[in-house]
Each structure stands twice: as C-alpha cells, then as structure tokens.
Design a protein around this ligand. Structure first.
Ligand SMILES: [Cu+2]
Length: 331
C-alpha cells in the first residue's frame, strides 16, 4: 500500500496543474445586517443576492445561469446524508456533460479498484483522465454539511462554465457524483453587484503551516473568512480546504482523521463517523498569484458552546496540522 501510495503521489506530481486564469473584480453594494434575538451580536452581515442550492436526495438543484463576482450560495441539505458542494470551474468549451462522461466514471472505476486493493489498475485507470480534467479550477464551495442543515458561503466567481459536485460515497463505496450529484451552472459576465463580506473571525490554511486561527472564539453567529495562503495537489488529486465540525463525546478523532480521505476505501463512506456534526466550511480555493479574490472564501457558523474542529479534506489532516480541535466557551 505504501509503494502504491508513493506511485500515486508521483503520478500526481507529474501532472500539469494549469491554474493560471485571471480573476476580475466586481463592483460592490452595501450588505444587509441580520441578527437574531438571544444571540451575541457579532456583526454578521449578509449579501442581498443569494443563489439557492438544494439537495433532497442524490441531487444538486441550482439555477442554470447566475451573474459573476462575489456570490453567496445558500445550501439546504434536506436529504438523509452529509454532502458538500464543490464548485468546479471547467476549462473553456467544457460543460458538466463532459465531466459526467469523461471524469466521473474514471474516478468511480479507479475507486472500485482501490477498494479491492488493486492499486496498479487504479493508477492505470486514473491515467485515463482527460488532459482537460487537470485544468479544472476548484473555486470554493460549501463544506461538508449534515442532513437538515443549511449553510451560506460567499466566493468570487469569474464568468465561465461550472460544475457543482459532491463526491461523498454511499455505504457501497459509490460516489454521490456517480449517483447524480453533479450539476452544471453558467456564470455570465454580468456582475452580481454583491460586496465582499465582512468577517467576524478568520482561519488561515497553507500546505506548510496547516490550519491557523485565534482560538479565543466567542459564542454566537459568525462569518468565517478562510484565507488560503497557498494551494497544492495532494495524493488524492485535490487540494486542501476547511470544514467545520461539532464533536460530541462519542466522536473518535482517529476515525474522523481517516474518513476525510476519499481515496481511503473506508474514507468518505456513509454513514459518517458517529458523534460528528458537519456544519459546512469552505472548499478548495485556487489561491492564484496576483488575484487576491481567489485567496478568500466566507462561510457562516453558528457557534454554540461546545467542542468543535476545523478539519481539511486531505489524507491524514492531523499529520498536516489540518485537524484543529477547539472549544467555544459559554457566555
Ligand atoms: Cu453528497
């Protein structure tokens, strides 16, 4: 397994990662204040224009066309499984239909080989990914979200064709993408007019230092800014991100640490580890050089007193300082 992993890492390192597109800035408008009685007023503000995203089973419902610039998505998970929404910017001329035909099946067949311990054939299968698959720019998205939860995120999107996907696995190891959790969306050159949000707290992530934040956290409604100091490709083909989880006493941190890697046969398989409530987060951002908007994404977090963690969806997040448990005190 170790040799196979090294082979996979080497094969990934050979691959081109063409994330060199330029982002454009959008104009801004004033946000609306939203407060809730009984909660600490931490000054969270929200954008007017919100794109609704809905899951009721193995689906992602979203508007087919939206404007560009700062974009707030409200994800409502009304299904019985945890899901996320990763926003893929597709290369010029490609659509979600190309992803369904040429990318999704390759990952599923590769995963099926991994599940049987056949890494040689898995690597051969991943080698069949089309060259354009390596030009997909992961552009943020909603982190893992437990059933019957909603989460709002804000990211900056430039015009183009996008795919929204979730690749959590079912109990048989079938990716949710294979079961239909991938949808297309066109982002037009019309600007949304939304403003960059004002956060109440900030989390930084980098391949070198892991996840860093000020652990003195007040309870209440927060808007979390996630700053990507860099981005890279790990052995599971994708980069780092930040998920927020609430942990109860039954949570097994080692189990969760292993679960956060889809290329682990037991990883990302539902049911999710016990005692873990997924509260959203920010999917991979590209952190493009010279484009400050590509480094930041925002998500809302209702932090009641308790034990939480910020965790990345990477192989062994604990070993990368990307699994940080923290406590939110009482008022
Ligand atoms: Cu899913």
């Amino acid at each position: 397994m170790r040799n196979s992993n090294q082979l996979l890492i080497r094969s990934v390192q050979k691959m081109l990662w063409l994330c060199c597109l330029t982002l454009l800035f959008a104009c801004e408008t004033e946000p609306v204040i939203q407060e809730e009685l009984g909660e600490a007023n931490l000054g969270v503000k929200k954008n007017h224009n919100v794109v609704d995203v809905l899951t009721t089973h193995m689906n992602i419902e979203v508007e087919s066309t939206i404007p560009s610039g700062w974009t707030t998505f409200r994800y409502d998970n009304r299904s019985h499984n945890p899901h996320f929404v990763l926003i893929d910017k597709l290369p010029e001329g490609k659509t979600v239909e190309d992803s369904k035909a040429e990318v999704v099946p390759v990952f599923q067949e590769g995963m099926d080989y991994i599940a049987t311990g056949d890494w040689d054939n898995a690597l051969a299968k991943f080698g069949e990914l089309p060259a354009w698959g390596y030009e997909i720019i992961y552009s943020g998205g909603t982190g893992l979200l437990s059933p019957n939860h909603t989460s709002e995120i804000t990211v900056y999107l430039e015009p183009g064709n996008y795919a929204l996907e979730c690749y959590v696995k079912d109990s048989q190891g079938v990716f949710h993408t294979t079961k239909g959790m991938i949808s297309g969306m066109v982002v037009t050159s019309e600007e949304s007019g939304n403003t960059e949000p004002k956060p109440t707290m900030e989390v930084k992530i980098s391949s070198k230092a892991g996840i860093e934040f000020d652990e003195k956290i007040r309870p209440g409604k927060h808007l979390v800014k996630v700053f990507f100091e860099d981005q890279t490709v790990y052995s599971h083909f994708v980069g780092h991100d930040v998920h927020l989880v609430r942990l109860d006493e039954s949570a097994d941190l080692d189990e969760l640490n292993s679960w956060m890697n889809w290329s682990n046969p037991v990883g990302f398989k539902t049911p999710a580890p016990e005692g873990v409530e997924f509260l959203g987060g920010m999917q991979d951002l590209p952190a493009l050089e010279g484009n400050p908007n590509s480094h930041v994404g925002y998500f809302d977090a209702h932090l009641k007193p308790g034990t939480y963690a910020f965790i990345a969806e990477v192989p062994d997040p604990m070993g990368k300082n990307m699994f940080k448990v923290f406590t939110v005190p009482g008022k």
